[in-house]
Design a protein around this ligand. Structure first.
Ligand SMILES: *[C@@H]1O[C@H](CO)[C@@H](O)[C@H](O)[C@H]1NC(C)=O
Ligand SMILES: [Ca+2]
Length: 236
């Protein structure tokens, strides 16, 4: 009887730590530059990734380099297995298997920015979409795949598996609507993601399993983007 109660309690604790949250109308807010504040995003992933798409929205006034999305592999040790780094005002870098691909983009403006990156191992083709605009495509690491021993972090950029943070590359500001897929989104899907009409099957902002460490907060999204093309901001 007592053992049963103990098991029941343990189950509740386990289920709580596995709980998924719907973060619709919420943001991760990173209030200041640190080398600690970050969020680990736990993916749903059973097989290696040979295709992927990552989309998220960001709002920052940083003018220095910062990491937007950091995926590291532990075995083999590939800490920039998939990384999105921004170097304002003109460059967005996508790293696959530690190879840096820089893409020249329109200058940063003080506004919400919706970023999607897709990669297909079959061709190596990388697509970068910012606010629904496709930038010139690039190629990296044809044939590479990302195995399941990974750690995904926002707020910091990993120079080690789950660590090696540098505050000069940390993110400061708001992040929201983070989604990841094990496929390459079509242009139509990307339009849907922008209007929050398509959710990820590897990471889903509306059903997110995550751990917050350090000085990062969940805050209401004060400017929800419902119909990006038509009325840019609506109240939540
Ligand atoms: C931290 O990042 C800055 C800016 O990118 C760089 O100049 C510096 O060398 C980095 N420090 C370490 C220890 O990696
Ligand atoms: Ca670094």
């Amino acid at each position: 009887m007592r053992l049963n109660t103990l098991y029941a309690l343990l189950l509740v604790v386990l289920m709580r730590s596995q709980a998924q949250q719907d973060l619709g109308n919420k943001v991760f807010f990173f209030p200041k530059e640190t080398d600690t504040a970050h969020v680990v995003l736990k993916p749903i992933m059973k097989t290696p990734l040979r295709k992927l798409s990552v989309c998220l929205r960001s709002y920052t006034d940083l003018s220095r380099q910062y990491g937007l999305f950091s995926l590291a592999m532990s075995d083999p040790k590939v800490y920039n297995a998939f990384l999105i780094m921004i170097s304002p005002p003109h460059y967005c870098s996508v790293y696959i298997n530690n190879e840096q691909i820089s893409i020249k983009v329109d200058p940063e403006v003080g506004d919400w920015k919706h970023t999607c990156v897709t990669w297909d191992s079959t061709s190596g083709v990388i697509q970068l979409w910012i606010n629904g605009k496709l930038y010139p495509r690039k190629v990296s690491n044809k044939g590479f795949s990302i195995n399941t021993k990974i750690n995904i972090i926002v707020g910091q950029e990993q120079d080690l598996f789950g660590g090696g943070f540098n505050k000069s590359q940390s993110f400061v500001g708001d992040l929201t609507d983070i989604h990841m897929w094990d496929s390459v989104l079509t242009p139509g899907d990307i339009q849907k993601v922008m209007t929050n009409d398509h959710t990820g099957n590897v990471i889903n902002w509306r059903s997110l399993n995550f751990d917050i460490t350090g000085d990062a907060l969940i805050q209401p999204n004060l400017q929800c983007v419902k119909q990006w093309q038509y009325t840019k901001y609506t109240q939540c």
